[in-house]
Design a protein around this ligand. Structure first.
Ligand code: SAM
Ligand code: SF4
Ligand code: SF4
Length: 315
């Protein structure tokens, strides 16, 4: 399954095709923008339990393993990837890539991982270290692991968060992504975090300039995905082009998030509203047939904080 094929068509029927699993909410980083639900609350799900849950969902096409930092539960991820491969479900691992190594990358590849999705926001070890308050050697480890993923033949996606810190450096970031051998670059529009008050998002003109710049400099053999921009792409003059996608948002419509404590959320990133708990009677298989009240309300209103932030008065 091609990266983001779930997002390439506007969702018309609401059905559970994608599940994002917060395998662990623990993380070895402390990014100030982080959207992880209840980060470091100690909750996690093991591989066998995830598989038991997935077995009950016949409509699934994609499982995204996220967190927290999923590679803290590397063995469990590997089990889930193998299971999904045997069922023809595509898999994505969202990671900061600091804890990978050659053996792990090879095993993930052999288990049939469809995509590895790695955060990449800085072009030098010094800038990375200063921003995240981490040792510069971690940056070198991450870039080494990115190259390993590419060389091993895993479809590798680097994701750059477009926010106050990166918006004026997108050209250099894009060049670095290319130099690392990566040909899929995802640009994630930044979303304000109500629970922490983080709001260093890109303003409208900066975002517009950065997107046009990235499209203008795109290399022929690269694919660009712009995420959380579909609701205003047209208003800002952004156009789909060959290998330039403004992915359709599937959160709450075709994809839900499952936290380690069994909570089902509409969207971890922007709408962390609990619509049921699998240990308290909620069934993922039936969730769109039953439509719990908060889900029905979401589907009726389809709120989008990315749209509201750039167009507070509406488009
Ligand atoms: C929560 S992280 C979990 C995976 C892994 N720990 C990582 O950081 O790559 C998943 C993705 O969410 C994105 N993200 C985090 N905070 C965000 C925010 N405020 N707005 C938009 N995306 C955000 C990150 O860029 C990251 O790629
Ligand atoms: S690495 Fe990912 S989960 Fe960890 S703090 Fe950063 S964004 Fe959050
Ligand atoms: S609803 Fe949320 S996930 Fe969907 S595009 Fe808007 S901000 Fe992004």
């Amino acid at each position: 399954m091609k990266y983001k094929s779930l997002e390439l068509h506007k969702p018309d029927i609401y059905e559970l095709e994608g599940l994002e699993v917060g395998v662990t909410s623990n993380c070895n980083f402390k990014c100030n923008y982080c959207c992880a639900y209840q980060r470091n609350d100690g909750r996690s799900i093991n591989g066998q339990e995830i598989i038991r849950i997935l077995e009950d969902i016949p409509t699934l096409k994609r499982v995204r393993l996220s967190g927290g930092e999923v590679t803290l539960k590397y063995r469990d991820c590997l089990e889930v990837v193998s299971y999904c491969s045997s069922r023809g479900i595509s898999t994505q691992l969202n990671t900061n890539a600091s804890l990978l190594n050659a053996e792990r990358v090879q095993q993930l590849h052999d288990a049939g991982l469809s995509n590895i999705h790695i955060s990449f926001n800085f072009t030098s070890a010094e800038k990375f270290a200063a921003y995240y308050n981490l040792h510069p050697s971690i940056y070198d480890k991450i870039t080494e692991n990115i190259r390993l993923c590419v060389d091993t033949g895993i479809d590798t996606v680097l994701e750059t968060l477009l926010f106050a810190e990166t918006q004026h450096n997108m050209k250099a970031i894009s060049e670095r992504v290319y130099d690392l051998g990566v040909r899929i670059h995802e640009i994630q529009n930044s979303i304000v975090m109500d629970h922490t008050g983080w709001n260093a998002i890109s303003a409208r003109e900066e975002l517009k300039r950065a997107v046009h710049e990235l499209i203008a400099m795109k290399q022929e053999d690269t694919v660009l995905y712009f995420t959380c921009m579909d609701r205003f792409a047209e208003a800002l003059g952004f156009q789909e082009l060959p290998n330039v996608h403004f992915s359709h948002c599937v959160d709450g419509k075709k994809q839900l998030h499952l936290h380690g404590n069994g909570d089902i959320l509409i969207c971890e990133l922007c709408h962390p509203v609990i619509i049921g708990n699998i240990y308290q009677g909620a069934s993922l298989r039936e969730i769109y047939a039953n439509q719990p009240a908060p889900l029905a309300d979401f589907l009726e209103k389809l709120p989008c904080p990315a749209l509201d932030a750039l167009f507070p008065q509406g488009i």
